[in-house]
Design a protein around this ligand. Structure first.
Ligand SMILES: [Zn+2]
Length: 441
């Protein structure tokens, strides 16, 4: 159990961390950020060495453009955590905060900024930080955003209130991160200029969070207990079959002992033959008994394992606020909004849908960004089992990457990124083909 060492600093809570050097990439742009991080190429990003005695977080005040409330948002300080790598859909893995007290937080929790009063939620990027200097935003979009957001906010039983009122960064950090992305998607839709790329990016991150949620010890233990239940069913069916078989073998042994041996008693059969048959029938009967005993031992061992796992991991309260579970809460949200995913797979499917829309409507620029988006569409297709689509997009991506590498020889950095991404695509396409073949056999 990690003990948090919160200290009050004025009105702010800060999580102290030990000083340590830890580089982290600076944000490079919407898709580039993902891919460049994932493929671990270092040159184009600037490293910022961490000075000593830094805190993990810093705080920014910003006026809510919808309701005028001054909010204080938590930001993750560069270098306060490291990751050991990225999964093939760019999900960061092996996150390690410099301050172990912060380990329960996924930095994604702080990517979206939610107004404490009206729940207006935006990605906390430079564009949002400087909204009050953005004349075009203020003149053309702010009124639409205000009207649409407040119309939703004022619905007593609306989806926005249900989501926003269940935010709890301390008790439910993972669930809250998912909720904030969902609210971010709602506000993208209400922005008067909904971007498919942002919706795709948010659903992708929701799918990463679901993976961590499902990977928690209690959830993993519940899966194992479920699997053990299946195995016990198989063992019990086998034991039932063995009972029938044992009776059959006992009858066989009796037939050998009494009928056969008596029948050949008066005939000219060697004693060795007689004893060989009797011995074999006896061994066969013993083996069947042993099989039943060991089978029963296996069933018992499985039952013990399930009970121990339940006692160690699953006794924790799965409740989410007043809901029986987070899943049940999401089910309630989905009654008001169809686009709420229940699982990593559903979120991947949504992410793919929006990346494809962004790809088709020209939101994604040509060149490296397009290659990365194509790669993601292919990989997400593979992950949700749409192998045909995966093959098509891996093929498209490969062609684009090869062309870019051939035409940009002077741009060493881009060539290096594209080459690394091409290697990943080749490997994932190979895996996709294997899965397709596996599905056919
Ligand atoms: Zn507000």
């Amino acid at each position: 159990m990690v003990t948090l060492t919160w200290q009050k600093a004025g009105s702010r809570q800060v999580c102290r961390q030990a000083p340590k050097l830890a580089p982290r990439w600076q944000r490079m742009g919407k898709i580039e950020e993902d891919a460049r991080l994932s493929i671990g190429i270092t040159e184009p990003c600037q490293r910022k060495p961490m000075p000593g005695n830094q805190e993990s977080f810093f705080y920014s005040q910003l006026e809510c453009p919808v309701c005028g409330t001054i909010n204080e948002y938590t930001n993750v300080r560069t270098g306060s955590y490291t990751i050991s790598g990225r999964d093939t859909d760019f999900k960061p893995v092996g996150r390690q905060w410099v301050d172990p007290a912060c380990q329960k937080y996924d930095p994604l929790l702080f990517l979206m900024a939610t107004c404490k009063r009206c729940f207006y939620t935006r990605e906390f990027n430079n564009e949002f930080r400087n909204w009050d200097k953005d004349t075009s935003f203020k003149t053309n979009r702010l009124r639409i955003i205000r009207d649409k957001h407040l119309a939703e906010f004022t619905k007593v039983n609306g989806v926005l209130r249900l989501l926003g009122s269940n935010i709890d960064t301390e008790t439910y950090p993972l669930e809250t991160a998912i909720i904030k992305f969902l609210m971010g998607i709602l506000d993208v839709k209400a922005s008067g200029n909904p971007t498919d790329l942002d919706q795709g990016r948010y659903y992708l991150r929701i799918s990463w969070l679901f993976r961590d949620y499902d990977g928690r010890p209690a959830a993993a233990a519940a899966q194992v207990v479920k699997f053990i239940g299946k195995l016990r069913g198989i063992a019990s069916a086998a034991l039932g079959d063995l009972d029938g078989l044992a009776e059959y073998i006992t009858n066989l042994k009796e037939a050998v002992d009494s009928d056969l041996l008596r029948a050949i008693e008066s005939l000219e059969v060697r004693d060795e033959t007689r004893s060989e048959i009797a011995e074999a029938a006896s061994q066969f009967a013993l083996a069947s008994d042993a099989l039943r005993t060991t089978g029963a031992r296996l069933a018992e061992a499985l039952e013990d394992a399930a009970l121990r796992l339940k006692a160690s991991y699953i006794s924790a309260d799965p409740r989410f606020h007043q809901h029986a579970s987070f899943q049940q809460f999401l089910a309630e949200v989905r009654q008001r909004w169809d686009d709420v995913p229940f699982s990593a797979r559903e979120a991947q499917s949504k992410a793919r849908e929006y990346y494809m829309k962004a790809y088709q409507n020209g939101e994604i620029g040509p060149g490296f960004q397009q290659i990365q988006a194509t790669y993601l569409i292919a990989e997400l297709s593979r992950r949700i089992g749409n192998h045909e689509s995966a093959e098509r997009y891996f093929g498209l991506m490969t062609g684009m990457a090869q062309e870019l590498i051939a035409n940009r020889q002077s741009d060493a950095t881009t060539v290096k990124f594209a080459t690394r991404l091409l290697e990943m695509a080749t490997e994932q396409a190979r895996m996709n083909t294997e899965q397709t073949e596996g599905a056919l056999t």
